[in-house]
Design a protein around this ligand. Structure first.
Ligand SMILES: Nc1nc2c(ncn2[C@@H]2O[C@H](COP(=O)(O)OP(=O)(O)OP(=O)(O)O)[C@@H](O)[C@H]2O)c(=O)[nH]1
Ligand SMILES: [Mg+2]
Length: 611
């Protein structure tokens, strides 16, 4: 066997965890203590979360690279998102890593996404360092959490070697790690040393020429498209003539116009890049994630990155409401399609299929969809979207649907309502543990479609105190229908401007989404009806004027506050026959069929057909 060498001056490590377990905050501390900043320099928190939406929401959306240097060894770090909908980012990030730091919150313990990321790390054959983080939390229970981590490793069929993982306790926010609970640490030195000792240095074959797997794409105004990935073998240098091997062995020659590597958060131009390093190549145009870039002449492609299949789909179409084209910069179907296909280049977990003027976008969850929609909206796009639907499969003529393993943590008082609602949605209880101090932990097996739109209800029912997490368990036989919403819609029956008098009279019928002075059109949904059916109403009806002088009392109408529909709420609210109209300035919910008469005729025709 040929001898492989190690590049001992490098380590590539991914930081993985469930959402909010402190990954990005730990990277901040690693930056600070590796001397990346000047003494006393003002630094923002969660510096790696640099996308606008990441800062607004306080979560990581895309995996990102950076590096620190410790004792002359360069450590490439990949910070990954913990939200399940962005799981594809973790799978992509692991293709650049030789090991991973698995963070687990000392109070929350391992949660569904901990399981997902650990499973992916095992599949990639990477070494894991476990860090029990946030041991400063007043409700920290590190000892129990450690046992739960062992259980998780065993459950995932870890080998003996994997179970003997290196373990550290940390307070990421204060930049402290320690090996024992009783002995308070002082800094991150131990963490850096453990990475150097335990994460293997990248290996390469000295006889092979340059080969790199494209794990990410970037864009620079000056340099154009950038290909990002780990050098698997050989060295890269500026002005090299290379070839990109795409799917089905399609080969496109390219010339490196600029070679960069990560230094801290920034990119640094370099003449050469060594095997094992993570590099950023400019001079590429037609490159996709998963492609191999290698020396011209040596045409061996590396294994492509494979990610889990999408489970949710949503239809994107042009906006056909009477208000279309008023607020958006990009409204045509060709523009929307172009933008969506561009997204699939960067985002490995998203797939797009065109069906005439409609685009079927498939992804991991409705939150991922919401982020894509919000991003497009801010770029000036105007379009409409349909309800998020799960992706079914058929096997031997039997309809299968994705089923989730759901964990619920709530107080005893909300137990009744939570179980009732979940069983209405075809959930089956598989475990229930009373955790003492009046909290219970429930586990359900439940169709993925049942959870679309349920989170809002859950938070209301548990008065914001409940925690709910799920992971995809697999596909099972379809469990039968249930209504996705148990209420109807209040629908405007004509175009105009809403007036307080009309809205006031509608208030008893349900919860309104608009206030007075809002432009409406026939078929626009302006509220949620208390009952199951839809009602068509006139939201623009003025009070009849009479000759009699009124006392003035009833002219000062005081409306109760309406429910503001955010994008996520709107996505969760709509039924199969409704859509959300998205423009840079407004969000409106509408019936797909705008004409009330047409809807009526369709309904009666359907009833007749059923008889
Ligand atoms: N008590 C305590 N809180 C911490 C610690 N580290 C981080 N946090 C808090 O935990 C929250 C989440 O931190 P992040 O660093 O954004 O977590 P993350 O894992 O990057 O989250 P995602 O990327 O969205 O999955 C923030 O409010 C932090 O202030 C810690 O050591 N102790
Ligand atoms: Mg983060």
């Amino acid at each position: 066997m040929k001898q492989r060498l190690k590049n001992k001056r490098l380590r590539n490590v991914a930081i993985i965890a469930h959402v909010d377990h402190g990954k990005t905050t730990l990277v901040d501390a690693m930056f600070r203590q590796s001397g990346l900043f000047r003494e006393g320099q003002e630094i923002e928190d969660r510096i790696m979360d640099n996308m606008e939406l990441e800062r607004e929401r306080g979560i990581t959306i895309a995996a990102k690279n950076c590096s620190v240097t410790w004792r002359d060894v360069k450590i490439n770090i990949i910070d990954t998102p913990g939200h399940a909908d962005f799981g594809g980012e973790v799978e992509r990030a692991l293709s650049m890593a030789d090991g991973a730091l698995l963070l687990v919150d000392a109070s929350e313990g391992p949660l569904p996404q901990t399981r997902f990321v650990l499973k992916k790390t095992f599949e990639a054959g990477l070494k894991v360092i476990v860090v029990i983080n946030k041991i400063d939390r007043h409700d920290a229970r590190p000892q129990e959490v450690l046992n739960e981590i062992y259980d998780l490793f065993i459950d995932l069929d870890a080998t003996d070697e994997q179970i003997e993982f290196p373990l550290l306790y940390a307070i990421g926010r204060e930049g402290i790690v320690q090996t024992r609970l009783e002995q308070k640490g002082e800094n991150l030195q131990l963490l850096f040393e453990t990475i150097l000792d335990q994460i293997p240095a990248p290996e390469y074959d000295p006889e092979l020429t340059f080969q790199m797997l494209v794990s990410d794409l970037g864009y620079s105004d000056y340099l154009g498209r950038l290909a990002i990935g780990k050098v698997m073998n050989g060295r890269a240098k500026n002005n090299d003539s290379l070839v990109c091997i795409g799917e089905k062995n399609r080969q496109v020659p390219l010339k490196v116009s600029k070679l960069q590597t990560y230094e801290g958060m920034k990119l640094k131009a370099t003449e050469y890049a060594d095997p094992g390093d993570i590099i950023v190549l400019a001079g590429v145009s037609d490159v996709k994630i998963g492609d191999t870039i290698c020396t011209l002449g040596s045409t061996k492609a590396l294994k492509r990155i494979s990610v889990e299949e999408p489970t949710v789909s949503m239809r994107f179409t042009i906006n056909t409401s009477p208000f279309s084209g008023r607020e958006g910069k990009f409204v045509r179907s060709s523009k929307i399609g172009e933008r969506l296909f561009k997204e699939t280049l960067r985002n490995v977990a998203i797939q797009v299929e065109q069906e005439g003027e409609t685009f079927l976008v498939k992804g991991r969850g409705e939150f991922q969809m919401a982020i894509l929609i919000e991003t497009m909206r801010r770029e000036g796009f105007e379009f409409s979207i349909g309800r998020a639907e799960v992706i079914y499969k058929k096997k031997n003529g039997i309809l299968l649907e994705p089923v989730e393993h759901l964990f619920v943590d709530c107080d005893e008082a909300s137990l009744g309502i939570v179980t009732e609602k979940l069983s209405m949605r075809k959930g089956k209880i598989i475990n229930m543990v009373n955790k003492g101090s009046s909290r219970v932990r429930l586990e359900f097996s439940i169709p993925a479609r049942s959870l679309i739109g349920y989170r809002e209800d859950f938070l209301t029912d548990t008065r914001g105190m409940g925690i709910m997490n799920a992971y995809l368990d697999g596909y099972e036989e379809y469990r039968g229908d249930f209504p996705c919403r148990f209420t109807g819609s209040i629908v405007a029956d004509r175009q105009g401007i809403s007036v307080a008098y009309a809205l006031f009279n509608l208030e008893p019928r349900g919860q309104l989404f608009i206030g007075p002075g809002t432009p409406v059109y026939e078929g626009m949904v302006i509220g949620e009806h208390n009952r199951q059916n839809d009602i068509n109403v006139n939201a623009c009806k003025e009070k009849k004027l009479s000759n009699m002088r009124a006392s003035g009392r009833d002219e000062n109408i005081i409306l109760t506050p309406y429910r503001l529909m955010t994008l996520e709420r709107a996505i969760h609210f709509i039924r199969e026959d409704e859509m959300v109209e998205v423009t840079p300035k407004s969000l409106r919910i509408r019936k797909t069929l705008l004409s009330a008469q047409q809807r009526y005729l369709n309904r009666t025709a359907l009833k007749k057909a059923a008889l």
